[in-house]
Design a protein around this ligand. Structure first.
Ligand code: PRX
Length: 632
């Protein structure tokens, strides 16, 4: 048996011993009494009774050996600035931020919403929450006020932390004014808003009594010493909202101990990042990849982490490779979309810098097409690993694991199930096991391994209903992805089984976009589907029925209406959800029981066979769809 197979077998069949061994990768203030409590399936409680702290493991634990080593390097090509923080300095900044938060009434178990651009203060805020046992919920800066308001009402934060603005392609993007708008819409607004001013919004409004200026509060807490709160392993560390089948995002709740152990183990076995080396993850802190692999995991591993504010092609398409050279990056993590963007630029940029320090480039978040995989590996001359996971899992589900055994990488495949995951491919019809090369649903036999979501914030029932109800006969966790396994055991991911789409690596629910479109006063109903896009992977496409069709008689009228709908989506959800186009029809294809035939619409929009359509109520709807797509 190969080392990898044996490693995986032990993780499932000698589970307690396996995870006890991994638990030693982090510091425990008090040892756990039980490795796993699985007395209430499918809820898994890991390292029960153990006490630890994410911030201690990310910072304090390293002070003795590496206080002077760089911990966080912030590089902004937006405002042309680089700032480096050693572990010692990061320790001081995080304690100060923790003291500031405490002075605003934040304590253990309180929620803090962080709506910030990619600046060091966002990292300080996350780590400060972890330090005092407050629960952070970072919301991606691309989400609009209404989306932010929905998250405020679900998390009910005591405090929100924001900045006056961010910057994209050299243009200011306002954050604070959007926060103000979201607070007006929210039923459960925070008492305080802490604002880091970057000088990007000269006219930023201030709400007296509620708004607090970071620059005024910070000097009062200079040199603050705030001890880490020792948390029971299963206390919540953070909430991160993610899209699903319904229009209402789910709050993925992460624990403390399992999270820390799973990240530490992933650095050793998957990413091969060692203390003293540098990791560069090009994501955003608003997404799970940013949480796990910009902030927590590299620091837990004693590495230097690079936090990058900017795009991959400014000032030119070599900027990331220059960073790799300058900081001797050994582990890099990015997304296929970014690589497809780089592919449109001169490949000479990949040869211009010395990237020999790079052990591997990892890619995830969306399918990595074979041509892109081949291109980047050839041009870069370094191994490129496709790996697969989800917001829910917090760390990889499928990957090559060069830290365990070096295996051949097949283009287009994220390789094998990671340790801890009892992964299966089940037939949709009867939950039986699929054979080699047979398309089926990717599921995990519970208990989910450490680090995976503990529940949906405030809604245990939704956790069970959403993730464990796909098959009536088998209690399994559904990933909502289709997959196949070839005869050599390699997995291939073929896309989602639900209405989730992936736009440039950003996960969005088509129902969320539909709800945003429906906010336009002249929309009767609509259907949004994801269609393949050469650059972004997928793009939303909308089909809408107008209440009053009088404006649709002229091309100008249609264009103006389409633009209004796009603006509505920008305002409700954010520009990341904006449809590529809006097609107007007078009816949508539905079954006799009134269900919109989304899969058929998607197939037609992608020029594929829509399959069996005998259940359709009115075939005229299909004809309309086809002529709309043909530009008629
Ligand atoms: O459909 C899968 C796709 O992205 C989804 C998860 O997205 P998110 O929650 O944003 O987490 C991303 C963490 C990396 C999955 O259900 N996905 C992710 N990685 C891959 C992928 N699809 C194909 N290949 C991948 N490597």
């Amino acid at each position: 048996m190969g080392a990898l197979q044996d490693f995986h077998r032990r993780s499932i069949h000698e589970r307690d011993a396996f995870w006890t061994e991994q638990s030693k990768l982090i510091h425990w203030n008090k040892p756990f009494a039980q490795v796993l409590d699985y007395s209430r399936p499918p809820f898994a409680r890991w390292f029960v009774g153990g006490e630890t702290n994410l911030c201690h493991n990310a910072i304090d634990r390293h002070l003795e050996a590496r206080a002077g080593q760089k911990a966080l390097v912030w590089i902004s090509t937006e405002v042309d600035k680089t700032v480096e923080y050693t572990y010692g300095q990061l320790h001081a900044e995080v304690q100060r931020t923790a003291a500031m938060m405490q002075s605003l009434g934040v304590g253990r178990g309180d929620r803090v919403i962080i709506y910030m651009p990619m600046i060091p203060e966002a990292a300080f805020a996350m780590l400060a929450c972890a330090r005092i046992g407050a629960i952070h919920s970072v919301v991606f800066g691309g989400f609009a006020a209404a989306s932010l308001a929905a998250r405020i009402d679900d998390a009910r934060p005591k405090l929100m932390i924001t900045a006056d603005g961010g910057s994209r392609m050299g243009k200011a993007v306002l954050y604070k004014s959007l926060v103000d708008e979201s607070i007006k819409l929210a039923k459960f607004p925070p008492g305080k808003v802490l604002i880091f001013k970057r000088g990007l919004d000269a006219r930023m409004p201030v709400v007296a009594g509620r708004d607090v200026d970071w620059a005024e509060l910070a000097p009062k807490h200079l040199g603050a010493q705030v001890p880490c709160a020792w948390l029971e392993s299963n206390e919540p560390s953070y909430i991160l909202y993610t899209s699903g089948t319904t229009g209402r995002p789910k709050g993925v709740q992460r624990d403390v101990g399992g999270h820390a152990v799973s990240l530490a183990a992933s650095m050793k076995y998957i990413y091969c990042g060692n203390a003293g080396e540098t990791m560069f993850t090009t994501s955003d802190i608003g997404w799970v990849v940013g949480h796990s692999y910009i902030i927590y995991a590299p620091l837990i591993a004693g590495m230097t982490t690079i936090m990058y504010e900017g795009v991959p092609i400014r000032p030119d398409a070599g900027v990331w490779w220059k960073i790799v050279q300058d900081y001797k990056v050994s582990v890099m993590f990015s997304a296929p979309t970014a690589i497809r963007v780089l592919k449109k630029h001169d490949p000479a940029y990949l040869k211009k810098y010395d990237v020999s320090s790079l052990r591997h480039l990892f890619l995830a978040g969306e399918p990595l097409d074979e041509p892109t995989h081949v291109w980047i590996q050839t041009e870069l001359g370094r191994p490129v690993i496709d790996h697969y996971w989800q917001t829910e899992s917090g760390w990889p589900i499928l990957s090559a694991m060069p830290g365990v055994e070096k295996t051949h990488v097949k283009f287009g495949s994220p390789s094998f199930p990671c340790y801890g995951y009892d992964l299966k491919l089940l037939r949709e019809a009867d939950a039986s096991d699929a054979g080699p090369d047979e398309k089926a649903v990717v599921v995990v036999v519970p208990p989910l391994p450490p680090g995976n979501l503990a529940t949906v914030w405030g809604d245990d029932e939704r956790f069970v209903k959403t993730y464990f109800n796909t098959f009536s006969k088998k209690l399994v966790y559904a990933t909502f992805d289709w997959g196949i396994r070839d005869k050599d055991g390699y997995y291939f991911i073929l896309g989602r089984t639900d209405d989730v789409i992936n736009v440039a690596g950003h996960r969005l629910g088509t129902r969320e976009i539909e709800e945003a479109v429906n906010m336009h006063s002249n929309i009767a109903e609509c259907a949004v589907v994801g269609v393949a896009d050469a650059l972004k992977g997928q793009m939303p496409l909308a089909f809408a029925v107008a209440k009053d069709p009088s404006r649709l008689g002229t091309p100008e009228g249609r264009k103006a209406f389409e633009k209004e709908i796009m603006d509505t989506v920008d305002k409700q959800l954010g520009a990341i959800g904006r449809p590529k186009a809006v097609h107007f029809v007078t009816l949508l294809p539905k079954t006799r029981s009134g269900k919109t035939l989304r899969r058929a619409i998607q197939a037609l929009a992608e020029g594929r066979d829509p399959g069996d359509l005998t259940t359709i109520e009115d075939p005229g709807a299909l004809q309309q769809l086809k002529s709309a797509l043909a530009g008629g």
